[in-house]
Design a protein around this ligand. Sequence first.
Ligand code: ATP
Length: 365
Amino acid sequence: MAQIRIENVRKDFGAFNAVKSSTFTIEDGEFFMLLGPSGCGKTTTLRMMAGLELPTSGEIFIDGEEVGMKPASQRDIAFVFQMFALYPHLNVGKNISYPLISQGMPKAQATKKVHEIAEILGITDILKKPVGGLSGGDRQRVALGRAIVRDPKAFFMDEPLGALDAEFREHMSEELRALHDRMNATTVYVTHDQLEAMQMGDKIVVMNHGVVEQFGVPQDIYDWPATKFVAQFIGSPPMNFLEFRGMVGNGESKVRFGDVAFEIPRMLDGANGDLTFGVRPEHIKLDDAAPYRGEVAAVEYLGTTQIITMKTSNGTIKARVPSSDVVKVGERTGLHFDARTISMFNADTGQALKSEANEGVLTYG
Ligand code: ATP
């Protein structure tokens, strides 16, 4: 079990700056997601925490001890990689006991431990089987068993489900999360899949171009993105942006673009210039009486809901509405935005403006 803290951690590869200046804390027992697009620096961050890469500057603490210069072998961390390399000449039980035997644990004690782990993973019946003929799921369980058996302080997983097909991936992600809940071991998990991060994580760090854009619990990140990048990276379809030039005063709870005024949460920041009004698709209602109007450009039926694409004078908007709403391509209708859910951004910096609704949630790296 471990608390992991990284403070102002930076990584350069020659002239290339892969991680800018990251600061966040992973609490003991958390299932923690490092999320972001390809190349954003997630794996490099994980490798620095594990001791496989030295930070260029900054500090890394495990349970309060600064470990930046400690090699991986002294950090007591288990890595689970995407490719589960098992020892092909050993059976399942021996694959799992290998780390214990190589540490010098007596065989009887190691066997007892392997049986405990096999019980947790539900693989007791295959302990004597060769690993060659195992299904993908069982191979993953064996690889996990081999990682868990040492009782490491923390588990690090780099896209462990990346190679699996969608259905199996969902099943394994549920299994991984259930396993974590039983063992309560600190787990740091790298993914580029926002849904996986939201479903599995207690907390999420969202990275982009080496920068921590936001960290927090999934719901706060979804509801109150700290930046326009987070608002678009998370959610499908992503948050809608209406760009306009105008102003919003500190203490105001209305914003005006064109000749329509919109209610928004009371602002704790004032801004004047290029602004972005952000609304999630499910916080829009079609309401013929609403003054802000648009034309229906497309209707995408999804069963319980449908995605309506609207053309408005400020750009395209996607609304997620009940599939019982009767909507036809080409018709004009009004759009009503749920005022309590609106995010406002400074369009130049991309950062969210503080309001009464997002106060305390906007945590940057
Ligand atoms: P992916 O999901 O594609 O692995 P990532 O977010 O995990 O993406 P990293 O692997 O951390 O990204 O890489 C961040 C950036 O640093 C990338 O541009 C990558 O090319 C670069 N990089 C990573 N390792 C090295 C290295 N050893 N030498 C030079 N550049 C590197």
